[in-house]
Design a protein around this ligand. Structure first.
Ligand code: FMN
Ligand code: SF4
Ligand code: SF4
Length: 268
């Protein structure tokens, strides 16, 4: 019985939201999707099951897809999904498409706005802007908690513009990002000479793709990246860069309350 929230988080926004929901909803357990995927079967005994994740290329991350296919949801009388970026409602219909194969659909969907971490494309927000989003988030999470605790149905709706975008530009963009592995991103990471050999990137990498060799990280080619952005975002020296993307001149973002160890714990 109780509530189980499954989460995947690279830079802490999703873990922060998971913790804030746990604080508001009694008898809630947080479970890492990365950890759960190591098990042969993912079985739950919870009455309420939530899945929360960042948006990657306008949809849910590939590890979340893997999780949704594997999880047994039989015990749940209420299922919700929450993304930690605003997104089109098609993201949640895509989740339903997977769950329908188990004769289930989500009872509620939510999208909350949190700071962007994707350094190659976006500028990182100032501390003030991060605080402003956090204040709004707290109010929204109070509303979300009430909906979940009362097991209400409630769906994100993005209207005609969302529908048109989801079926044209975003669909093409998602396809291209996933097909090309974010345009070769996992082969484009490198550490510049600011690296102090601290090993944080190796410890935190959610796919164990990074190994320290002679006190410098290498990204192993035979292991797939989850594109979580933990390495580039938590390096204390801002030494990790993406080739050809001018990341050297940009700041980095991770949630101010979530430490590198909290992210690494997802692997346990
Ligand atoms: C590989 C990657 C792709 C992303 N794609 C999008 C996107 O398409 N749209 C968007 O709004 N944010 C995108 N983001 C930003 C994250 O969804 C956002 O910062 C999220 O809150 C991060 O959550 P986390 O800190 O729990 O990892 C992307 C981030 C990464 C790392
Ligand atoms: S986290 Fe940064 S400084 Fe530490 S080993 Fe990795 S690249 Fe070097
Ligand atoms: S290499 Fe970086 S982005 Fe890829 S899984 Fe490891 S920590 Fe995440």
């Amino acid at each position: 019985m109780g509530v189980e929230i499954y989460y995947f988080s690279g830079t802490g926004n999703t873990l922060h939201v998971a913790r804030e929901l746990k604080r508001r909803i009694p008898e809630t357990t947080l479970i890492s999707i990365i950890g759960a995927l190591k098990k042969e079967k993912i079985e739950s005994e919870a009455e309420i099951i939530g899945v929360i994740f960042p948006i990657h290329a306008h949809t849910f991350p590939l590890v979340v897809k893997e999780f949704l296919k594997k999880v047994d949801l039989q015990s749940a009388s209420y299922i919700f999904a929450l993304s930690t970026r605003l997104c089109v409602d098609k993201v949640f219909s895509a989740i339903n498409k997977i769950l329908k194969k188990k004769d289930r659909i989500i009872d509620a969907s939510f999208a909350v706005n949190t700071p962007v971490n994707y350094v190659p494309f976006f500028a990182i927000l100032s501390e003030k802007e991060v605080m402003r989003l956090e204040e709004k988030l707290q109010t929204r999470l109070d509303e979300i908690q009430a909906i979940i605790s009362n097991k209400q149905t409630s769906y994100e709706r993005t209207g005609l513009l969302g529908f048109l975008l989801a079926n044209t530009l975003l669909r093409f963009s998602t396809f291209m990002f996933q097909k090309t592995g974010y345009f070769g991103l996992q082969k484009a990471f490198y550490a510049d000479d600011k690296c102090i050999g601290c090993g944080t990137c190796e410890k935190i990498c959610l796919s164990n793709k990074i190994e320290l060799v002679d006190n410098k990280p290498i990204w192993k080619e035979n292991i797939d990246c989850t594109y979580c952005f933990a390495c580039i975002s938590y390096c204390p020296s801002i030494a990790i860069q993406v080739k050809g993307k001018r990341t050297t001149k940009k700041g980095r973002y991770h949630h101010p309350l979530i430490k590198a160890e909290d992210i690494a714990e997802q692997k346990l």
